[in-house]
Every structure is written in C-alpha cells, then in structure tokens.
Design a protein around this ligand. Structure first.
Ligand code: GDP
Ligand code: MN
Length: 394
C-alpha cells in the first residue's frame, strides 16, 4: 500500500525525523484562511498524487511549472493552489493520462545547501533490508546508480541486529561529514529504520534529504510503501489509504475479497489460486500473448464473487479474449460456470473465451456453460488453454 507525501511526512515526524512544517489542503477547503494562518510568507506548494517526479512534471492545463512550486507570497500561493487543484498532473510515473490533483501540501520552503538521497527497502536477493544513501539527491536514483555507482552507498541490515550505530557512523564518515552532522545523520537514519520496522514498511525513500543553510538535515520529500500482508496489524496505516488514487477496478475487487491487479496486455484471466494465476500468465506469455490482469478469485469463491470478478475483468476496454482456468477444490466448477453465465447475461459481450475446468464438479460446470448458449472453447489442460486463447486473440 502506498500513501501520500503529506501522510509520510507526518509519520516521519512521529518518529522524530526532522521535516519542514507543512499542512495538507483538500479541494474545497478555505484556502485563503489556511494560508493566512501560516507563520511564513514564501510557500512551497506540492501536488499530492501517488506518483513521483512531480517537480519535473507538467499540468495538462499548462501552468508553466510542475507539481512542486515555490510561491514568493501568499497571494501567489493562492493562485497556485487554485490552479493545481482539479488540474491533471503528468509525470514520468503517471503515464500519459496523468493524475487529477485533489489535494496539495503547503510546506515551509527550505534553503538547501546540499541534496542527498536516502532509502530503506527490502532487497529480495539478499533477503534483508538495505539502507541506501547517495550524496546526489533530488534527481532520479536510477540515473545515479548508472552514472556514478560509487556515490551510492549501501548498508546491508541484519534483521536480528537491526541497523547499528556503528554502521550509520561509518556511513557518515564515508561521505565526509563533520562530527556534528555525522551524529545528526546517524540519528536520523536510526529513526528511519525504527519507523521501517514498527510499521512494516516495504520502502521508505527520502528524496531529497537535504542539508539546509544552517547545517541541519531535513527530509523534504518522502515516499513510504507498506507490506500489504502486514496491514491487518496496522489499522492506523490502513486509514491512510486513498482509494481515489488507486485503480478503481482493483478497489472494487478488494471489496469482494478478490485479488485483482490490472496489467497492460489484452487477455483477461480468471483463475483460482495465486500460483495457478501466475502459471497461467506465464504460459500466455510463453505462447506469445500478454495478460490483461492478474486475478485470483481465492480458494473458496462463491457464485456471487465470480459474477463480480467477471464484471471487473470485462471493464478493461483493452481485452480481446478471456481465459478461465479453474482447478476446483473447495471452489466448485459449476459455481464458477454459473457466475460466468450470470455476468454474461447482464453484460453483453462477444469476446472469445477459453475455459479449462478440472476437479470438483467439472462435468456439471461444463454442462452449465454448454447449455448457456455462450460461445466457449474448452481446453484440456493449462497449456492447451493458454495456447488456444492466444490464437483466438491474434
Ligand atoms: P518530486 O519531484 O515528486 O520528487 O518532488 P520533490 O518534493 O522531491 O520536489 C522536487 C524538487 O523540488 C526537490 O528535489 C527540491 O530540489 C525542490 N524542492 C522541494 N521542496 C523544496 C523546498 O522546500 N525548498 C527548495 N528550495 N526546494 C524544494
Ligand atoms: Mn522527490
């Protein structure tokens, strides 16, 4: 799960990581009153969308600046807020469609003397958290890693030990900080790791982490992702979810306990079990096709959920065919078949569909589909199903 910058900044503050003063403004708030209450005149206005690269982005109704703008007066700030909210921001991470800005963050501008990059994430190959720090911040980290990998320092964290003071001190030494600042950076990184562990984060990224004109460290932009599997033990984090920012089909699927993820291809998949769903997508690709979604209806899906699932996959306008791959254990093939027929009756569709049923009530399931009048190609096994749907979608 992803959250907004303003929410991430609040979490950092809670964990004593220094951040500039800031407050969020929602569409429809009294912008003027909020601005007047600020204790500073210059205001940094930052579009709040679930995407990075805002500074270098642009608005669809072009404003001559991107999603991060420093206004030199409250009067100008009011103009900026009015122009950003409701406008669509396009950045490298939003895709061409961009994202509508519904809220902005007002931050006290910082006089920056140096920008750093700091991140903690889980390295899947090492199976450990790693802390990364670069003396070149503000810009995109992939570019730094490519161009000057020696500037990207990496500390591997042993989970049983946690991040240690000796590790952070050594890092601060390596980048040549004087003692006072080395201590400040070390404390800040230890706090970041405390947050990472306490909230089951999968990523904390501070870009940039800056040294201000007075020689103090401040996190001026942060991004935090959470491990979805740990969300049940963090109700406070779950409350931060902003469904407006998420794919509406994915949000709807979640309501029915379906695990759906939209992808870029054109072959829709309806499968039970995450492993089988992955295998189905692999075989579609193996036969030259591209899956339009990942969908795991779960181990015990009922007819109602399957009807919902089918409607959700049909909402993707790119799809040219559907493959249904069910290995009936607790899930009954005839319930899946009935769910498909229900959905098909209420949503007129004429796309090719390949069905592979195996397991509980397989014959009854096939019978339901055959007598429904829907045009269906049956497949003998998983590979056959993938092959057939790819050919039908060519
Ligand atoms: P991003 O483009 O989405 O990553 O948004 P950032 O919050 O990182 O802002 C982009 C850039 O704007 C930063 O790298 C900074 O250089 C600059 N910036 C952001 N906030 C401030 C600020 O308070 N003061 C100054 N001087 N620059 C800022
Ligand atoms: Mn940034």
């Amino acid at each position: 799960m992803n959250i907004h910058e303003y929410q991430a900044q609040n979490l950092l503050k809670e964990f004593n990581v220094p951040v500039p003063f800031g407050r969020v403004v929602f569409s429809g708030d009294d912008y003027q009153a909020i601005l007047e209450a600020l204790h500073f005149d210059k205001v940094c206005i930052k579009a709040q969308v679930h995407a990075g690269g805002r500074g270098a982005g642009h608005f669809k109704n072009d404003l001559g600046y991107g999603g991060v703008k420093i206004a030199s007066s409250k009067k100008e700030a009011l103009d900026v807020i009015n122009s950003m909210i409701g406008n669509t921001l396009v950045t490298e991470q939003t895709g061409n469609g961009g994202k509508i800005v519904h809220k902005v963050y007002l931050a006290e501008p910082v006089q920056i003397s140096q920008e750093y990059y700091a991140a903690i994430l889980v390295d899947r190959d090492l199976r450990r958290p790693v802390l990364m720090l670069s003396t070149e911040g503000g810009i995109d980290i992939e570019a730094i890693a490519d161009r000057s990998p020696e500037k990207l320092h990496k500390i591997i964290i042993e989970p049983s030990m946690g991040l240690t003071i000796s590790q952070t001190k050594e890092l601060a030494d390596q980048i040549g900080l004087p003692m006072e600042q080395a201590r400040e950076l070390s404390d800040l990184l230890l706090q970041l790791y405390a947050l990472f562990v306490a909230k089951d984060c999968s990523l904390i990224e501070i870009n940039p982490l800056v040294l201000d004109k007075n020689g103090h460290f401040l996190a001026i932009d942060s991004k935090i992702n959470f491990d979805d599997n740990a969300l049940p033990r963090h109700p406070d984090i779950v409350k931060l979810r902003d469904v407006e920012e998420e794919n509406p089909n994915e949000v709807e699927a979640l309501q029915y306990n379906l695990n759906y993820i939209a992808l870029g291809g054109n072959i829709a998949c309806l499968v039970n079990g995450a492993g089988l769903a992955m295998a189905t997508m692999d075989l579609i690709q193996y036969h030259g096709g591209q899956p339009a979604n990942f969908l795991d209806i779960g181990g015990g899906a009922n007819e109602e959920q399957i009807t919902r699932a089918f409607r959700i996959i049909l909402k993707n306008s790119n799809i040219r065919g559907i493959v249904v791959n069910i290995f009936g254990g607790i899930v009954k093939c005839n319930a899946v078949a009935q769910g498909i027929v229900n959905a098909a009756q209420t949503t007129s569709f004429s796309l090719p569909m390949v069905v592979r049923f195996e397991g509980t009530n397989v014959e009854e399931g096939k019978e339901v589909l055959k007598s429904s009048g829907l045009k269906i190609t049956f497949a003998n096994d998983l590979d056959d199903a993938a092959n057939k749907i790819v050919n039908l979608c060519k």
